[in-house]
Design a protein around this ligand. Sequence first.
Ligand code: AMP
Length: 587
Amino acid sequence: MAMFKDFDLHADILRGVEKLGFEKPTEIQKEAIPYLLESDQDLIALAQTGTGKTAAFGLPLLQKIGSKESDVQAIILCPTRELCMQLAKDLESYSKFMDRFNILAVYGGTDISKQIKSLRGSIHIVVGTPGRTLDLIKRRKLNLQAVKFVVFDEADEMLSMGFKDDMDAILEATPEEKQTLLFSATMPAEIAKMTKRYMRNPKEISIGHKNSGTKNVEHHYYDVPGRKKYEALKRIADINPLIYGIVFCRTRAETKDIAERLGNDGYSSDAIHGDLSQSQRDSVMQRFRGKQIQLLVATDVAARGIDVDSLTHVINYNLPDELATYTHRSGRTGRANNEGVSIILLSGRDRSKLRGIEKKIGQQVIKQQIPSGKQVVKAQLDKLIDRLEKAEVNENELQEYLPEILQRLNVYSKEDIIKQFISLEFNRFLQYYKNSDDINSKGSSRDRDRGRGDDGGRGDGYRTGPRKRYSRFYINLGEKSKVNPQKLLAVINKFTPEHSIEVGKIEILSAFSFFEVDETQANVINSAFKDAKFGNADIVVKPVAASKSKESRGSRGRDRNRGRGGRRSERGPRKPHRGKGNSSRRR
Ligand code: AMP
Protein backbone atom coordinates (compact mmCIF):
# COMPACT_ATOMS: atom_id res chain seq x y z
CA MET A 1 0.00 0.00 0.00
CA ALA A 2 1.53 3.32 -1.12
CA MET A 3 2.08 5.95 1.54
CA PHE A 4 2.75 9.68 1.11
CA LYS A 5 6.38 9.16 2.10
CA ASP A 6 6.78 6.77 -0.84
CA PHE A 7 6.23 9.68 -3.22
CA ASP A 8 9.12 11.85 -4.19
CA LEU A 9 7.77 14.81 -2.22
CA HIS A 10 9.86 17.33 -0.29
CA ALA A 11 10.09 16.69 3.43
CA ASP A 12 8.41 20.07 4.03
CA ILE A 13 5.39 19.08 1.98
CA LEU A 14 5.22 15.71 3.75
CA ARG A 15 5.19 17.56 7.07
CA GLY A 16 2.23 19.65 5.89
CA VAL A 17 0.36 16.53 4.79
CA GLU A 18 1.10 14.78 8.04
CA LYS A 19 -0.08 17.80 10.00
CA LEU A 20 -3.41 17.54 8.19
CA GLY A 21 -3.72 13.97 9.40
CA PHE A 22 -3.68 12.39 5.94
CA GLU A 23 -2.37 8.89 6.41
CA LYS A 24 -2.81 7.07 3.14
CA PRO A 25 -3.14 8.72 -0.27
CA THR A 26 -6.54 8.43 -1.91
CA GLU A 27 -6.96 6.65 -5.27
CA ILE A 28 -6.55 9.77 -7.33
CA GLN A 29 -3.55 10.90 -5.30
CA LYS A 30 -1.88 7.53 -5.86
CA GLU A 31 -2.28 7.95 -9.60
CA ALA A 32 -1.75 11.66 -10.09
CA ILE A 33 1.03 12.60 -7.65
CA PRO A 34 3.86 10.39 -9.00
CA TYR A 35 2.80 11.16 -12.55
CA LEU A 36 2.73 14.95 -12.09
CA LEU A 37 6.02 14.94 -10.18
CA GLU A 38 7.73 13.30 -13.13
CA SER A 39 5.92 14.48 -16.21
CA ASP A 40 5.21 17.84 -17.82
CA GLN A 41 2.47 16.34 -19.95
CA ASP A 42 -1.13 17.49 -19.63
CA LEU A 43 -3.58 15.55 -17.48
CA ILE A 44 -7.30 14.84 -17.56
CA ALA A 45 -8.67 13.35 -14.35
CA LEU A 46 -12.21 12.12 -14.03
CA ALA A 47 -12.98 12.24 -10.36
CA GLN A 48 -15.82 13.22 -8.10
CA THR A 49 -15.66 16.01 -5.60
CA GLY A 50 -14.39 14.75 -2.28
CA THR A 51 -11.91 12.24 -3.71
CA GLY A 52 -8.86 14.22 -2.63
CA LYS A 53 -8.14 15.90 -5.96
CA THR A 54 -6.89 19.15 -4.44
CA ALA A 55 -3.88 17.41 -2.93
CA ALA A 56 -3.56 15.27 -6.06
CA PHE A 57 -2.67 18.33 -8.13
CA GLY A 58 -1.73 20.70 -5.29
CA LEU A 59 1.22 18.79 -3.82
CA PRO A 60 3.11 18.30 -7.12
CA LEU A 61 2.25 21.86 -8.10
CA LEU A 62 3.80 23.28 -4.93
CA GLN A 63 6.86 21.14 -5.40
CA LYS A 64 7.36 22.27 -9.00
CA ILE A 65 6.73 25.97 -8.47
CA GLY A 66 9.48 28.22 -7.20
CA SER A 67 8.53 30.65 -4.47
CA LYS A 68 11.59 32.75 -5.34
CA GLU A 69 10.09 33.97 -8.60
CA SER A 70 7.72 36.85 -8.17
CA ASP A 71 5.31 36.20 -11.07
CA VAL A 72 2.08 34.25 -11.03
CA GLN A 73 3.11 30.70 -11.94
CA ALA A 74 -0.11 28.80 -11.57
CA ILE A 75 -3.72 29.69 -12.22
CA ILE A 76 -6.39 27.41 -10.80
CA LEU A 77 -9.92 27.97 -12.04
CA CYS A 78 -12.96 26.67 -10.21
CA PRO A 79 -16.69 27.38 -10.36
CA THR A 80 -17.52 29.12 -7.09
CA ARG A 81 -16.28 31.53 -4.47
CA GLU A 82 -16.51 28.85 -1.76
CA LEU A 83 -14.40 26.44 -3.73
CA CYS A 84 -11.83 29.18 -4.46
CA MET A 85 -11.48 29.92 -0.79
CA GLN A 86 -11.30 26.25 0.08
CA LEU A 87 -8.65 25.49 -2.54
CA ALA A 88 -6.52 28.45 -1.46
CA LYS A 89 -6.85 27.35 2.18
CA ASP A 90 -5.88 23.77 1.33
CA LEU A 91 -2.81 24.90 -0.64
CA GLU A 92 -1.79 27.08 2.26
CA SER A 93 -2.05 24.11 4.64
CA TYR A 94 0.03 21.88 2.36
CA SER A 95 2.73 24.55 2.08
CA LYS A 96 2.71 25.47 5.76
CA PHE A 97 6.29 24.28 6.30
CA MET A 98 7.68 25.40 2.94
CA ASP A 99 9.31 28.68 1.99
CA ARG A 100 6.55 31.23 1.91
CA PHE A 101 4.12 30.85 -0.99
CA ASN A 102 1.73 33.64 -1.79
CA ILE A 103 -1.63 32.25 -2.79
CA LEU A 104 -4.51 34.55 -3.70
CA ALA A 105 -8.17 33.67 -4.17
CA VAL A 106 -10.07 35.95 -6.58
CA TYR A 107 -13.82 35.69 -6.99
CA GLY A 108 -16.82 37.83 -7.78
CA GLY A 109 -19.39 39.33 -5.45
CA THR A 110 -16.72 41.09 -3.45
CA ASP A 111 -14.64 44.26 -3.69
CA ILE A 112 -12.26 43.96 -6.64
CA SER A 113 -9.96 46.75 -5.45
CA LYS A 114 -8.64 44.63 -2.56
CA GLN A 115 -7.80 41.83 -4.97
CA ILE A 116 -6.10 44.31 -7.29
CA LYS A 117 -4.05 45.62 -4.38
CA SER A 118 -2.96 42.09 -3.42
CA LEU A 119 -1.93 41.42 -7.03
CA ARG A 120 0.51 44.33 -6.87
CA GLY A 121 2.63 42.22 -4.52
CA SER A 122 4.26 38.95 -5.42
CA ILE A 123 1.64 36.23 -5.92
CA HIS A 124 2.70 32.72 -6.92
CA ILE A 125 -0.64 30.99 -7.26
CA VAL A 126 -4.00 32.51 -8.16
CA VAL A 127 -7.18 30.53 -7.47
CA GLY A 128 -10.10 32.19 -9.23
CA THR A 129 -13.58 31.95 -10.58
CA PRO A 130 -13.50 32.43 -14.37
CA GLY A 131 -15.52 35.67 -14.43
CA ARG A 132 -13.44 37.59 -11.89
CA THR A 133 -10.15 36.16 -13.22
CA LEU A 134 -10.96 37.39 -16.72
CA ASP A 135 -12.06 40.75 -15.38
CA LEU A 136 -8.67 41.16 -13.69
CA ILE A 137 -6.84 40.12 -16.86
CA LYS A 138 -8.81 42.63 -18.92
CA ARG A 139 -8.01 45.39 -16.44
CA ARG A 140 -4.36 44.39 -16.84
CA LYS A 141 -4.08 43.72 -13.14
CA LEU A 142 -3.45 40.01 -13.53
CA ASN A 143 -0.67 38.91 -15.84
CA LEU A 144 -0.53 35.22 -16.70
CA GLN A 145 2.41 35.38 -19.08
CA ALA A 146 4.74 33.50 -16.70
CA VAL A 147 2.21 30.80 -15.89
CA LYS A 148 3.55 27.24 -15.94
CA PHE A 149 0.39 25.51 -14.76
CA VAL A 150 -3.27 25.91 -15.55
CA VAL A 151 -5.70 23.82 -13.51
CA PHE A 152 -9.41 23.50 -14.25
CA ASP A 153 -11.16 22.18 -11.17
CA GLU A 154 -14.75 20.94 -11.54
CA ALA A 155 -14.53 21.77 -15.25
CA ASP A 156 -17.97 20.34 -16.00
CA GLU A 157 -19.54 22.60 -13.38
CA MET A 158 -17.82 25.63 -14.86
CA LEU A 159 -19.14 24.77 -18.30
CA SER A 160 -22.66 24.16 -17.06
CA MET A 161 -22.54 27.56 -15.34
CA GLY A 162 -21.82 29.18 -18.69
CA PHE A 163 -18.13 30.00 -18.15
CA LYS A 164 -16.94 28.49 -21.43
CA ASP A 165 -16.06 31.77 -23.15
CA ASP A 166 -14.31 33.07 -20.04
CA MET A 167 -12.29 29.86 -19.76
CA ASP A 168 -11.27 30.14 -23.42
CA ALA A 169 -10.25 33.76 -22.99
CA ILE A 170 -8.20 32.99 -19.87
CA LEU A 171 -6.35 30.23 -21.68
CA GLU A 172 -5.57 32.67 -24.48
CA ALA A 173 -3.86 34.88 -21.92
CA THR A 174 -1.45 32.11 -20.84
CA PRO A 175 1.75 31.12 -22.63
CA GLU A 176 1.85 28.30 -25.15
CA GLU A 177 4.34 26.32 -23.08
CA LYS A 178 2.63 25.13 -19.87
CA GLN A 179 1.08 22.10 -18.22
CA THR A 180 -2.71 21.98 -18.25
CA LEU A 181 -4.61 19.85 -15.75
CA LEU A 182 -8.33 19.28 -15.98
CA PHE A 183 -10.44 17.75 -13.23
CA SER A 184 -14.06 16.91 -13.83
CA ALA A 185 -16.66 14.62 -12.29
CA THR A 186 -18.22 13.95 -15.70
CA MET A 187 -17.06 14.12 -19.27
CA PRO A 188 -19.77 15.81 -21.32
CA ALA A 189 -19.06 16.36 -25.03
CA GLU A 190 -18.16 20.00 -24.44
CA ILE A 191 -15.34 19.07 -22.08
CA ALA A 192 -14.07 16.43 -24.49
CA LYS A 193 -14.00 19.14 -27.17
CA MET A 194 -12.19 21.52 -24.91
CA THR A 195 -9.51 18.97 -24.03
CA LYS A 196 -8.93 18.25 -27.74
CA ARG A 197 -8.52 21.93 -28.45
CA TYR A 198 -6.32 22.95 -25.59
CA MET A 199 -4.47 19.93 -24.30
CA ARG A 200 -1.50 18.20 -25.81
CA ASN A 201 -1.43 14.45 -25.68
CA PRO A 202 -2.97 14.39 -22.19
CA LYS A 203 -2.78 11.43 -19.87
CA GLU A 204 -6.19 10.33 -18.65
CA ILE A 205 -6.95 9.12 -15.16
CA SER A 206 -10.38 7.88 -14.22
CA ILE A 207 -11.18 7.06 -10.65
CA GLY A 208 -13.76 4.29 -10.45
CA HIS A 209 -16.04 3.91 -13.43
CA LYS A 210 -16.40 6.84 -15.69
CA ASN A 211 -19.07 9.08 -14.22
CA SER A 212 -19.76 6.62 -11.46
CA GLY A 213 -21.20 7.58 -8.11
CA THR A 214 -18.79 7.64 -5.22
CA LYS A 215 -18.40 4.14 -3.92
CA ASN A 216 -19.01 5.27 -0.33
CA VAL A 217 -22.50 6.42 -1.28
CA GLU A 218 -25.59 4.22 -1.14
CA HIS A 219 -28.44 5.31 -3.36
CA HIS A 220 -31.99 4.88 -2.07
CA TYR A 221 -35.37 5.85 -3.41
CA TYR A 222 -38.75 6.22 -1.76
CA ASP A 223 -41.81 5.97 -3.98
CA VAL A 224 -44.13 8.64 -2.68
CA PRO A 225 -47.09 10.56 -4.11
CA GLY A 226 -46.12 14.14 -4.96
CA ARG A 227 -48.41 15.64 -2.36
CA LYS A 228 -46.88 13.49 0.39
CA LYS A 229 -43.28 14.38 -0.34
CA TYR A 230 -42.91 16.89 2.43
CA GLU A 231 -44.36 14.43 4.94
CA ALA A 232 -41.94 11.78 3.65
CA LEU A 233 -39.03 14.20 4.04
CA LYS A 234 -39.97 14.77 7.68
CA ARG A 235 -40.23 11.06 8.40
CA ILE A 236 -36.82 10.44 6.83
CA ALA A 237 -35.35 13.25 8.92
CA ASP A 238 -37.09 11.94 12.04
CA ILE A 239 -35.93 8.35 11.61
CA ASN A 240 -32.36 9.63 11.20
CA PRO A 241 -32.09 11.89 14.24
CA LEU A 242 -28.42 12.62 13.51
CA ILE A 243 -29.06 13.52 9.89
CA TYR A 244 -26.79 16.23 8.48
CA GLY A 245 -27.52 16.86 4.87
CA ILE A 246 -28.63 18.89 1.87
CA VAL A 247 -32.16 18.75 0.46
CA PHE A 248 -32.01 19.59 -3.24
CA CYS A 249 -34.94 21.41 -4.84
CA ARG A 250 -35.40 22.67 -8.34
CA THR A 251 -36.52 26.24 -7.84
CA ARG A 252 -35.79 29.06 -5.47
CA ALA A 253 -39.45 29.25 -4.53
CA GLU A 254 -39.58 25.59 -3.61
CA THR A 255 -36.30 25.85 -1.71
CA LYS A 256 -37.64 28.73 0.39
CA ASP A 257 -40.96 26.98 0.88
CA ILE A 258 -39.47 23.69 2.12
CA ALA A 259 -36.95 25.37 4.42
CA GLU A 260 -39.68 27.54 5.88
CA ARG A 261 -41.98 24.59 6.48
CA LEU A 262 -39.17 22.61 8.09
CA GLY A 263 -38.34 25.61 10.27
CA ASN A 264 -41.99 25.98 11.33
CA ASP A 265 -42.11 22.27 12.14
CA GLY A 266 -39.16 22.59 14.50
CA TYR A 267 -36.29 21.29 12.35
CA SER A 268 -32.96 23.08 12.26
CA SER A 269 -33.10 24.06 8.65
CA ASP A 270 -32.41 26.97 6.33
CA ALA A 271 -32.30 27.66 2.61
CA ILE A 272 -29.55 28.65 0.26
CA HIS A 273 -30.51 30.00 -3.16
CA GLY A 274 -29.76 32.71 -5.65
CA ASP A 275 -31.88 35.37 -3.96
CA LEU A 276 -29.55 35.59 -0.97
CA SER A 277 -26.90 38.28 -0.72
CA GLN A 278 -23.34 37.06 -0.27
CA SER A 279 -23.37 37.92 3.42
CA GLN A 280 -26.66 36.07 3.98
CA ARG A 281 -25.19 33.12 2.13
CA ASP A 282 -22.03 33.22 4.22
CA SER A 283 -24.08 33.32 7.40
CA VAL A 284 -26.17 30.29 6.36
CA MET A 285 -23.03 28.40 5.36
CA GLN A 286 -21.34 29.24 8.64
CA ARG A 287 -24.29 27.87 10.60
CA PHE A 288 -24.42 24.80 8.38
CA ARG A 289 -20.70 24.10 8.85
CA GLY A 290 -21.14 24.57 12.58
CA LYS A 291 -24.02 22.05 12.43
CA GLN A 292 -26.52 24.53 13.83
CA ILE A 293 -28.36 23.75 10.62
CA GLN A 294 -29.00 20.04 10.14
CA LEU A 295 -30.86 20.24 6.84
CA LEU A 296 -29.77 22.77 4.27
CA VAL A 297 -32.34 23.20 1.50
CA ALA A 298 -30.62 24.26 -1.70
CA THR A 299 -30.89 24.73 -5.43
CA ASP A 300 -28.20 23.07 -7.52
CA VAL A 301 -26.57 26.34 -8.47
CA ALA A 302 -26.45 27.62 -4.91
CA ALA A 303 -25.03 24.34 -3.60
CA ARG A 304 -22.05 24.42 -5.90
CA GLY A 305 -18.82 24.62 -4.03
CA ILE A 306 -20.29 23.60 -0.67
CA ASP A 307 -17.27 21.94 0.81
CA VAL A 308 -18.64 20.12 3.83
CA ASP A 309 -17.17 16.62 4.07
CA SER A 310 -19.23 15.00 6.77
CA LEU A 311 -22.72 15.05 5.24
CA THR A 312 -24.67 11.92 6.11
CA HIS A 313 -27.38 12.42 3.49
CA VAL A 314 -28.21 14.13 0.25
CA ILE A 315 -31.94 14.26 -0.41
CA ASN A 316 -33.30 14.78 -3.90
CA TYR A 317 -36.67 16.38 -3.22
CA ASN A 318 -37.00 16.37 -7.02
CA LEU A 319 -34.70 14.84 -9.56
CA PRO A 320 -32.72 17.20 -11.78
CA ASP A 321 -33.21 17.23 -15.55
CA GLU A 322 -29.57 16.41 -16.21
CA LEU A 323 -28.31 13.05 -14.99
CA ALA A 324 -24.87 14.58 -14.43
CA THR A 325 -26.43 16.92 -11.87
CA TYR A 326 -27.57 13.89 -9.88
CA THR A 327 -23.96 12.69 -9.79
CA HIS A 328 -22.86 16.08 -8.50
CA ARG A 329 -25.57 16.11 -5.85
CA SER A 330 -24.84 12.64 -4.55
CA GLY A 331 -21.09 13.35 -4.61
CA ARG A 332 -21.64 15.85 -1.80
CA THR A 333 -21.97 12.94 0.61
CA GLY A 334 -19.64 9.95 1.13
CA ARG A 335 -16.61 12.24 1.03
CA ALA A 336 -13.18 11.94 2.62
CA ASN A 337 -13.70 8.23 3.33
CA ASN A 338 -17.02 8.85 5.11
CA GLU A 339 -20.15 6.94 4.18
CA GLY A 340 -23.25 8.63 2.87
CA VAL A 341 -26.72 8.04 1.51
CA SER A 342 -28.27 9.74 -1.48
CA ILE A 343 -32.06 9.67 -1.22
CA ILE A 344 -34.54 10.23 -4.02
CA LEU A 345 -38.14 11.13 -3.21
CA LEU A 346 -39.60 9.65 -6.34
CA SER A 347 -42.92 10.65 -7.82
CA GLY A 348 -44.59 11.65 -11.07
CA ARG A 349 -42.46 11.83 -14.17
CA ASP A 350 -39.23 11.50 -12.19
CA ARG A 351 -39.93 7.77 -12.10
CA SER A 352 -38.83 7.48 -15.71
CA LYS A 353 -35.36 8.78 -14.78
CA LEU A 354 -34.43 6.04 -12.34
CA ARG A 355 -32.96 3.64 -14.86
CA GLY A 356 -30.84 6.37 -16.43
CA ILE A 357 -29.45 7.23 -13.02
CA GLU A 358 -28.54 3.63 -12.28
CA LYS A 359 -26.76 3.41 -15.60
CA LYS A 360 -24.92 6.64 -14.95
CA ILE A 361 -23.74 5.76 -11.44
CA GLY A 362 -23.19 2.09 -12.21
CA GLN A 363 -25.05 1.19 -9.06
CA GLN A 364 -28.51 0.06 -8.11
CA VAL A 365 -30.82 2.59 -6.52
CA ILE A 366 -32.43 0.59 -3.74
CA LYS A 367 -36.10 0.95 -2.96
CA GLN A 368 -36.92 1.81 0.64
CA GLN A 369 -40.21 2.06 2.48
CA ILE A 370 -41.08 5.38 4.06
CA PRO A 371 -40.99 4.58 7.75
CA SER A 372 -44.24 4.26 9.60
CA GLY A 373 -45.03 6.60 12.47
CA LYS A 374 -44.23 3.77 14.91
CA GLN A 375 -40.79 3.20 13.41
CA VAL A 376 -40.04 6.90 13.63
CA VAL A 377 -41.13 7.07 17.26
CA LYS A 378 -38.95 4.08 18.08
CA ALA A 379 -35.88 5.66 16.43
CA GLN A 380 -36.43 8.89 18.33
CA LEU A 381 -36.89 7.06 21.61
CA ASP A 382 -33.63 5.19 20.99
CA LYS A 383 -31.91 8.52 20.49
CA LEU A 384 -33.40 9.89 23.68
CA ILE A 385 -32.31 6.87 25.71
CA ASP A 386 -28.90 7.10 24.09
CA ARG A 387 -28.61 10.72 25.19
CA LEU A 388 -29.76 9.76 28.65
CA GLU A 389 -27.12 7.04 28.92
CA LYS A 390 -24.38 9.33 27.69
CA ALA A 391 -25.31 12.36 29.77
CA GLU A 392 -22.47 13.47 31.96
CA VAL A 393 -23.47 13.46 35.61
CA ASN A 394 -21.89 16.18 37.66
CA GLU A 395 -22.05 14.59 41.09
CA ASN A 396 -20.58 17.53 42.99
CA GLU A 397 -22.90 20.16 41.58
CA LEU A 398 -25.93 17.92 42.02
CA GLN A 399 -25.14 16.97 45.57
CA GLU A 400 -26.65 20.15 46.95
CA TYR A 401 -30.03 19.63 45.29
CA LEU A 402 -30.28 15.86 45.21
CA PRO A 403 -31.67 15.10 48.67
CA GLU A 404 -34.70 17.34 48.13
CA ILE A 405 -35.32 15.94 44.64
CA LEU A 406 -35.03 12.36 45.85
CA GLN A 407 -37.43 13.07 48.67
CA ARG A 408 -40.00 14.49 46.29
CA LEU A 409 -39.72 11.61 43.86
CA ASN A 410 -39.70 9.01 46.59
CA VAL A 411 -43.37 8.25 46.11
CA TYR A 412 -42.90 7.10 42.49
CA SER A 413 -41.67 3.74 41.30
CA LYS A 414 -38.66 3.60 38.96
CA GLU A 415 -41.00 2.75 36.08
CA ASP A 416 -43.21 5.75 36.79
CA ILE A 417 -40.23 8.07 36.81
CA ILE A 418 -39.05 6.71 33.46
CA LYS A 419 -42.53 7.18 31.99
CA GLN A 420 -42.77 10.72 33.30
CA PHE A 421 -39.35 11.60 31.97
CA ILE A 422 -40.04 10.21 28.51
CA SER A 423 -43.42 11.91 28.34
CA LEU A 424 -41.82 15.20 29.25
CA GLU A 425 -39.54 15.07 26.24
CA PHE A 426 -41.71 13.08 23.94
CA ASN A 427 -45.42 13.80 24.17
CA ARG A 428 -45.48 16.10 21.17
CA PHE A 429 -43.77 13.48 19.06
CA LEU A 430 -46.11 10.71 20.16
CA GLN A 431 -49.07 12.92 19.43
CA TYR A 432 -47.82 13.85 15.98
CA TYR A 433 -47.28 10.28 14.86
CA LYS A 434 -50.38 8.88 16.51
CA ASN A 435 -52.59 7.42 13.76
CA SER A 436 -50.09 8.38 11.05
CA ASP A 437 -50.77 6.93 7.60
CA ASP A 438 -48.73 4.77 5.34
CA ILE A 439 -47.56 7.33 2.79
CA ASN A 440 -45.74 5.02 0.40
CA SER A 441 -47.16 5.07 -3.13
CA LYS A 442 -49.52 2.21 -3.60
CA GLY A 443 -47.94 -0.17 -6.06
CA SER A 444 -44.34 0.46 -6.88
CA SER A 445 -42.62 2.12 -9.79
CA ARG A 446 -40.90 -1.13 -10.54
CA ASP A 447 -40.87 -4.60 -9.23
CA ARG A 448 -37.34 -5.71 -8.68
CA ASP A 449 -38.23 -9.22 -7.59
CA ARG A 450 -39.70 -9.91 -10.96
CA GLY A 451 -36.92 -8.07 -12.66
CA ARG A 452 -39.11 -5.60 -14.43
CA GLY A 453 -40.85 -2.38 -13.75
CA ASP A 454 -44.57 -2.04 -13.32
CA ASP A 455 -44.44 -0.31 -16.67
CA GLY A 456 -45.01 -3.85 -17.91
CA GLY A 457 -41.39 -4.22 -18.91
CA ARG A 458 -41.72 -1.54 -21.57
CA GLY A 459 -38.85 0.25 -19.90
CA ASP A 460 -40.42 3.65 -20.38
CA GLY A 461 -40.95 4.05 -16.68
CA TYR A 462 -44.65 4.91 -16.99
CA ARG A 463 -46.76 3.19 -14.46
CA THR A 464 -49.56 0.88 -15.34
CA GLY A 465 -50.62 0.59 -11.71
CA PRO A 466 -53.59 2.40 -10.23
CA ARG A 467 -54.09 5.45 -12.40
CA LYS A 468 -54.28 8.84 -10.82
CA ARG A 469 -57.58 10.65 -11.34
CA TYR A 470 -57.48 14.16 -12.64
CA SER A 471 -59.84 17.12 -12.58
CA ARG A 472 -59.88 19.35 -15.61
CA PHE A 473 -59.95 23.15 -15.58
CA TYR A 474 -60.51 25.93 -18.08
CA ILE A 475 -58.28 29.02 -17.88
CA ASN A 476 -58.78 32.18 -19.93
CA LEU A 477 -55.13 32.32 -21.02
CA GLY A 478 -53.96 30.90 -24.32
CA GLU A 479 -51.66 31.51 -27.26
CA LYS A 480 -52.92 35.05 -27.60
CA SER A 481 -51.66 35.80 -24.10
CA LYS A 482 -48.32 34.24 -25.11
CA VAL A 483 -48.86 31.33 -22.78
CA ASN A 484 -47.17 27.98 -23.36
CA PRO A 485 -47.23 24.90 -21.10
CA GLN A 486 -44.21 26.09 -19.11
CA LYS A 487 -45.75 29.49 -18.54
CA LEU A 488 -49.03 27.95 -17.53
CA LEU A 489 -47.21 25.78 -14.98
CA ALA A 490 -45.49 28.91 -13.70
CA VAL A 491 -48.87 30.65 -13.32
CA ILE A 492 -50.28 27.66 -11.40
CA ASN A 493 -47.17 27.61 -9.18
CA LYS A 494 -47.45 31.31 -8.52
CA PHE A 495 -51.00 31.19 -7.24
CA THR A 496 -50.64 27.99 -5.21
CA PRO A 497 -47.38 28.67 -3.38
CA GLU A 498 -48.34 26.63 -0.34
CA HIS A 499 -49.06 23.46 -2.26
CA SER A 500 -47.26 20.97 -4.41
CA ILE A 501 -49.83 20.63 -7.16
CA GLU A 502 -49.49 17.67 -9.48
CA VAL A 503 -50.41 18.90 -12.94
CA GLY A 504 -51.54 16.48 -15.64
CA LYS A 505 -52.26 17.21 -19.26
CA ILE A 506 -52.12 20.78 -20.53
CA GLU A 507 -53.79 21.95 -23.76
CA ILE A 508 -53.06 25.43 -25.02
CA LEU A 509 -55.66 26.85 -27.40
CA SER A 510 -55.83 30.18 -29.09
CA ALA A 511 -57.70 32.25 -26.48
CA PHE A 512 -57.83 29.85 -23.56
CA SER A 513 -56.38 26.58 -22.28
CA PHE A 514 -57.24 23.48 -20.29
CA PHE A 515 -55.19 21.83 -17.64
CA GLU A 516 -55.64 18.88 -15.32
CA VAL A 517 -54.64 18.50 -11.71
CA ASP A 518 -54.66 15.59 -9.34
CA GLU A 519 -58.32 15.23 -8.36
CA THR A 520 -57.50 15.50 -4.65
CA GLN A 521 -56.07 18.98 -5.25
CA ALA A 522 -59.01 20.38 -7.25
CA ASN A 523 -60.19 22.36 -4.23
CA VAL A 524 -56.93 24.23 -4.07
CA ILE A 525 -57.30 25.28 -7.72
CA ASN A 526 -60.94 26.26 -7.21
CA SER A 527 -59.96 28.84 -4.65
CA ALA A 528 -56.45 29.81 -5.77
CA PHE A 529 -57.28 32.15 -8.63
CA LYS A 530 -59.73 34.51 -6.95
CA ASP A 531 -58.53 38.05 -7.73
CA ALA A 532 -55.58 36.62 -9.67
CA LYS A 533 -54.15 38.72 -12.49
CA PHE A 534 -52.06 37.96 -15.55
CA GLY A 535 -50.52 41.30 -16.41
CA ASN A 536 -53.46 43.65 -16.06
CA ALA A 537 -56.11 41.08 -16.98
CA ASP A 538 -58.14 39.02 -14.51
CA ILE A 539 -57.47 35.31 -14.58
CA VAL A 540 -60.57 33.13 -14.81
CA VAL A 541 -60.28 29.46 -13.89
CA LYS A 542 -63.28 27.14 -13.93
CA PRO A 543 -63.70 23.40 -13.54
CA VAL A 544 -64.92 21.74 -16.73
CA ALA A 545 -67.09 18.69 -17.24
CA ALA A 546 -65.70 15.30 -16.39
CA SER A 547 -66.72 13.75 -19.71
CA LYS A 548 -64.22 15.94 -21.56
CA SER A 549 -61.64 15.12 -18.99
CA LYS A 550 -62.12 11.44 -19.64
CA GLU A 551 -61.73 11.96 -23.33
CA SER A 552 -58.48 13.79 -22.85
CA ARG A 553 -57.19 11.11 -20.52
CA GLY A 554 -57.95 8.53 -23.10
CA SER A 555 -55.09 9.85 -25.15
CA ARG A 556 -52.63 9.73 -22.31
CA GLY A 557 -50.81 6.75 -23.77
CA ARG A 558 -49.93 8.85 -26.78
CA ASP A 559 -49.03 11.82 -24.64
CA ARG A 560 -45.86 10.08 -23.66
CA ASN A 561 -44.34 11.12 -26.93
CA ARG A 562 -44.90 14.76 -26.36
CA GLY A 563 -42.05 17.21 -26.27
CA ARG A 564 -41.33 18.39 -22.74
CA GLY A 565 -41.57 22.04 -23.46
CA GLY A 566 -44.75 21.68 -25.50
CA ARG A 567 -44.72 21.54 -29.28
CA ARG A 568 -47.04 23.37 -31.55
CA SER A 569 -49.64 21.20 -33.25
CA GLU A 570 -48.90 20.81 -36.91
CA ARG A 571 -52.55 20.78 -37.80
CA GLY A 572 -53.26 24.43 -37.36
CA PRO A 573 -53.60 27.04 -34.68
CA ARG A 574 -56.95 25.89 -33.27
CA LYS A 575 -55.60 22.50 -32.34
CA PRO A 576 -54.21 22.12 -28.89
CA HIS A 577 -50.57 22.65 -28.18
CA ARG A 578 -48.80 19.57 -27.08
CA GLY A 579 -48.40 19.99 -23.38
CA LYS A 580 -46.90 17.73 -20.80
CA GLY A 581 -48.31 14.24 -20.76
CA ASN A 582 -48.35 13.96 -17.05
CA SER A 583 -46.17 16.61 -15.64
CA SER A 584 -45.56 17.52 -12.09
CA ARG A 585 -45.33 21.17 -11.30
CA ARG A 586 -42.45 23.43 -10.35
CA ARG A 587 -40.17 23.06 -13.32
P1 AMP B 1 -10.98 17.27 -2.13
O1 AMP B 1 -11.53 16.27 -3.11
O2 AMP B 1 -9.61 17.69 -2.50
O3 AMP B 1 -11.93 18.41 -1.92
O4 AMP B 1 -10.81 16.54 -0.72
C1 AMP B 1 -11.91 16.13 0.03
C2 AMP B 1 -11.58 16.00 1.50
O5 AMP B 1 -10.73 14.89 1.73
C3 AMP B 1 -10.86 17.21 2.08
O6 AMP B 1 -11.43 17.50 3.33
C4 AMP B 1 -9.45 16.76 2.26
O7 AMP B 1 -8.86 17.43 3.34
C5 AMP B 1 -9.63 15.28 2.54
N1 AMP B 1 -8.48 14.47 2.08
C6 AMP B 1 -7.78 14.64 0.95
N2 AMP B 1 -6.83 13.70 0.84
C7 AMP B 1 -6.92 12.93 1.94
C8 AMP B 1 -6.20 11.78 2.41
N3 AMP B 1 -5.19 11.25 1.72
N4 AMP B 1 -6.58 11.23 3.57
C9 AMP B 1 -7.62 11.75 4.28
N5 AMP B 1 -8.33 12.84 3.90
C10 AMP B 1 -8.00 13.41 2.73
